[in-house]
Design a binder for this molecule. Structure first.
Ligand SMILES: *[C@@H]1O[C@H](CO)[C@@H](O)[C@H](O)[C@H]1NC(C)=O
Ligand SMILES: *[C@@H]1O[C@H](CO)[C@@H](O)[C@H](O)[C@H]1NC(C)=O
Length: 323
C-alpha cells in the first residue's frame, strides 16, 4: 500500500469512528425507509381537491414530531379527532410516512388554517377526551398523542384505506415472508412476527425506555408454539447481532436481515400475529396486524419520564396481552 493510500485510509478511519461515536452519544438509530426508488409519493394537494371539500367545515392539522412510529400516531389521531368533530384533516406534504403509505389525506401548509386554536396537550400516552368535543374552529394540534382511544372508531378505515403500503414495499415484504417459508420449509405455518427493539433504547433506560429481557422472547414464543404447532417466527430488529447471539435458533425461527424500516413494518403487518416490545414503531407493528398481539409489559418503566406520561389502559389496547 502506498503512503498516500495509507493516509487516505487513516482519514477515513477517523471520520468513520467520529461518525459512529456521534451516533452513539446522540442515541440516534439510523432507520432507513422509503429508499425504494419505485415508490410514488402521493401528491394530493389541498388546492387540487378544494372543490371536493366543504369549506364551511373546520380544518385540523397536527405537528409532526418524532419518528415513524410517532408520525403514525399523529396521522391516526388527526383522522380520529377530525371524524369526531366533523373537520377536514390536512397533512404536511413533507411527512416521511408518505414514502411508506398511500395516504389519501389532502396535503397543505399551515397557512390553510383560518385563525386556528393552537391546542397543546402535555401528556403523551394519556387519552385527552376533550378532543371528542372541540369547538367548531380550525385547530392545530401540538404535543405527542399516543393512545388507541383517539382512533379506535376509525380503525377499519385507517387499516383499509390509509395505512396501505406502497406496492413496491409490500412486494419486497411479501418476498421476504415467502423466502422465510421456503428456507424453513414451512409453506403453511402460522406466521408470528417478533419485533426486537433495542438500539438507542438500550442507552435511554433512565428515561423509561426499557428493552425486553431475553426470557421475554422465550416465554412469548413458547406461548405461540403451544397454540400453533405449525408456527414460523420472523424476527425483525434494529439490533440483528444481539438477536442472533441471544435468541432462539429453533427450526421455526427466521431472522430478517432487512434493514429498511418501511419493509420491516410491512413484513410485520403481514404476519398473522405479533410479539412487540418497546416504542411506538413496535406498537404500530402490533396495531397493523389483524391477529393476536403480545406486548412487553415492562415497557415503559414506571416512575420515569416516559412512565409518568403513560396511562397503560390508554396506551395498550384492551385486547393485547402483556407478558
Ligand atoms: C372525560 O374525562 C373526565 C375525567 O376523567 C370525565 O369526568 C368526563 O366525564 C369525560 N368526558 C367524556 C366526554 O368522556
Ligand atoms: C414520576 O411521578 C412520580 C409521582 O408523581 C414522581 O414522584 C417522580 O418524581 C416522577 N419521576 C420523574 C422522573 O419524572
Amino acid at each position: 500500500m502506498s503512503f498516500r493510500r495509507q493516509k487516505r485510509f487513516f482519514y477515513l478511519l477517523i471520520i468513520g469512528t467520529a461518525f459512529l461515536f456521534l451516533i452513539y452519544i446522540t442515541g440516534y438509530t439510523p432507520v432507513l425507509f422509503g429508499s425504494d426508488p419505485h415508490v410514488k409519493r402521493p401528491h394530493i394537494r389541498f388546492e387540487d381537491v378544494a372543490d371536493q371539500i366543504d369549506h364551511r367545515k373546520p380544518r385540523i392539522m397536527i405537528n409532526w414530531i418524532g419518528r415513524m412510529g410517532n408520525h403514525l400516531f399523529e396521522y391516526a389521531c388527526l383522522l380520529g379527532i377530525a371524524k369526531w368533530n366533523n373537520m377536514t384533516p390536512i397533512i404536511s406534504p413533507t411527512v416521511d410516512i408518505l414514502d411508506v403509505f398511500n395516504l389519501p389525506a389532502p396535503q397543505g401548509s399551515l397557512s390553510l388554517l383560518r385563525d386556528p386554536i393552537n391546542y397543546f396537550y402535555p401528556v403523551a400516552a394519556k387519552f385527552d377526551n376533550a378532543t371528542m368535543h372541540l369547538q367548531q374552529r380550525d385547530y392545530y394540534l401540538t404535543g405527542y398523542r399516543q393512545s388507541w382511544k383517539y382512533f379506535e372508531h376509525v380503525k377499519e378505515d385507517l387499516l383499509n384505506n390509509h395505512f396501505v403500503f406502497h406496492e413496491p414495499i409490500l412486494a419486497t415484504a411479501m418476498s421476504y415472508i415467502n423466502a422465510a417459508r421456503k428456507e424453513k420449509n414451512k409453506p403453511d405455518a402460522v406466521i408470528v412476527g417478533v419485533h426486537v427493539r433495542r438500539g438507542d433504547f438500550v442507552r435511554q433506560r433512565i428515561k423509561g425506555f426499557t428493552v425486553a429481557p431475553i426470557p421475554f422472547y422465550f416465554k412469548t414464543m413458547n406461548y405461540f408454539r403451544r397454540k400453533y404447532p405449525n408456527v414460523l417466527f420472523i424476527i425483525c430488529t434494529n439490533d440483528y447481532f444481539w438477536a442472533l447471539d441471544n435468541l432462539d435458533h429453533g427450526p421455526d425461527v427466521f431472522y430478517s436481515t432487512n434493514t429498511d424500516g418501511a419493509v420491516d413494518l410491512a413484513i410485520m403487518a403481514n404476519c398473522d400475529h405479533m410479539i412487540i416490545t418497546s416504542g411506538t414503531y413496535s406498537w404500530w407493528a402490533g396495531y397493523l396486524v389483524r391477529g393476536e398481539v403480545i406486548y412487553y409489559k415492562g415497557y415503559p418503566e414506571p416512575n420515569t419520564i416516559i412512565g409518568n406520561q403513560t396511562v397503560r389502559e390508554d396506551y395498550y389496547p384492551p385486547n393485547w396481552i402483556g407478558m
